[in-house]
Design a protein around this ligand. Structure first.
Ligand code: UDX
Length: 431
């Protein structure tokens, strides 16, 4: 069985390499020639631990190839995964242009029965439309099944998550098609749930929105913890022991970002609106996340007596550790807001600036100590291991005001206070 994966983004590359690892022959398809050239040379166009080694192994074994020739890929593969982007606008409208184009090409070049598998996150009902778009473009009436197999992997953990998913969701309208896709994953021990097509689409959005909800909830509780001098981490531990709640995704901080949560929540809200149903919970989840940045900045202004003319150094710009992704990163919002308020900004990230050149209203440091020099506050916004584990004591004398604002509640506040820092997190303040 040959597999084509169309769209060499995060999900596409991981999916392609996963199936190579599961001993299938895979062809990765994309329209971006320079990306294909890089991949063919064994270079990953993104930062993701473990994936580049796997890519090189499968290039050497000739079990993976990359092409822009979608016609050839469709003709030679039985199963075609669609992993192209589904950008969404601020109002939640999801742009299905790329999906429609790919579906059209599949129809146009179809030469036998095919299973088209939707991995891209798409609004409810899209997979059914994909089948129509394929059929509309066929030159002869070949049969086609569309299956929705959403991806739940986290950036920075892509390979691990792909190999050890909590569950594999397979949505289909025909049991035979679902079974064929289930068979692909035989050697992965995770539970597999077969559902209707639309159900699988909605599971993906509901899961992401629920995770964001957990974070927004603990962040709101964090504000109350601040007011009472209660440690929000202890509250999270205490409620997390209840198996119905669970401890995961209850780490309070500056809020959630990334390429999925903001887009998927906006898109889910749009789905409600289209059916004239008013969601109450989702807007609140969004609102807490938006006001969280303001909450931190107001505290900083209070602590420093205003931020105008103050030297503030941001540690970490990625939306979370182990990725160079800055999409919807809270750090970007913090930098913009502090700049507007007249602060002098420096920023250091151990990975992002090695991969990206960014236009920022901040001085980019090449070493972490530069961020400490003459600084009035270190604002930690990505909890990279190198920050959590570094020797903070050696940098204290470099600072003008030895203040740390821990936007991720990732540091040992007690130890930092003992060595002379003024340390603040959310719900971490001693009363
Ligand atoms: C998420 C989902 O976890 C994944 O299942 C889905 O496929 C894609 O979206 P990802 O965007 O890679 O994955 O990041 P994730 O690890 O979920 O973190 C999202 C954001 O929430 C980050 O900004 C992170 O810093 C923040 N977060 C996470 C918290 O603030 N607190 C937490 O307890 C957990």
């Amino acid at each position: 069985m040959n597999i084509a994966v169309i769209g060499m983004g995060y999900v596409g590359i991981t999916t392609a390499l996963l199936f190579c690892k599961l001993k299938y022959k895979v062809v990765g398809v994309d329209t971006n020639a320079s990306k294909l050239e890089q991949l063919q040379k064994g270079r990953l166009p993104l930062y993701e631990p473990g994936l580049e080694e796997l890519l090189n192994r499968h290039l050497t074994q000739h079990t993976i190839a990359f092409t822009s020739d979608i016609e050839q890929a469709v003709k030679t593969c039985d199963i075609i995964f669609i992993t192209v982007g589904t950008p969404s606008k601020a109002d939640g409208f999801t742009d299905l242009r790329y999906i429609k184009e790919v579906a059209g090409s599949i129809g146009r070049y179809q030469n036998a029965y095919k299973i088209v598998v939707m991995k891209s996150t798409v609004p409810v009902g899209t997979s059914e439309k994909v089948r129509e778009w394929v059929i509309e473009n066929q030159s002869q009436p070949f049969s086609v099944d569309v299956v929705c197999n959403p991806e739940f992997l986290r950036e920075g953990m892509a390979l691990y998550d792909a190999l050890h998913p909590d569950r594999i969701i397979i949505g289909a309208e025909r049991a035979e098609a679902a079974e064929k896709i289930k068979y692909l994953y035989t050697s992965i021990a995770s539970p597999k749930l077969i559902t209707r097509l639309r159900t699988a689409e909605l599971i993906k959005y509901t899961a992401n929105a629920f995770l964001a909800l957990k974070i927004s909830y603990i962040n709101e509780i964090g504000r109350l913890c601040d007011a009472h001098g209660v440690d929000v981490g202890d509250v999270a531990d205490g409620i997390g022991m209840d198996q119905r709640i669970g401890r995961a995704f209850l780490n309070a901080g500056i809020g959630w970002g990334g390429s999925c949560f903001p887009k998927d929540i906006a898109s889910l809200m749009h789905m409600f609106e289209q059916k004239n149903i008013k969601p109450d919970i989702l807007p609140a989840v969004q609102r807490v996340n938006e006001t969280q940045v303001t909450y931190y900045i107001q505290r900083l202004e209070k602590l420093l007596g205003g931020v105008q003319g103050k030297n503030i150094s941001v540690l970490g710009i990625a939306f979370k550790p182990n990725t160079d992704d800055i999409r919807e990163a809270p750090a970007m919002k913090v930098i913009q807001k502090l700049h507007q308020k007249g602060a002098y900004l420096k920023v250091y990230d151990p990975v992002v600036f090695k991969h990206r050149q960014l236009q920022l209203p901040a001085m980019v440091c090449t070493k972490v100590e530069e961020a400490f020099e003459e600084s009035d506050c270190i604002f930690l916004l990505t909890e990279w291991d190198s920050f959590v584990q570094m020797n903070w004591e050696q940098y204290l004398p470099l600072m003008k005001t030895p203040m740390i604002m821990d936007g991720r509640n990732a540091l040992d506040g007690h130890a930092l206070r003992q060595i002379g820092y003024m340390y603040y997190g959310i719900g971490k303040n001693e009363k």
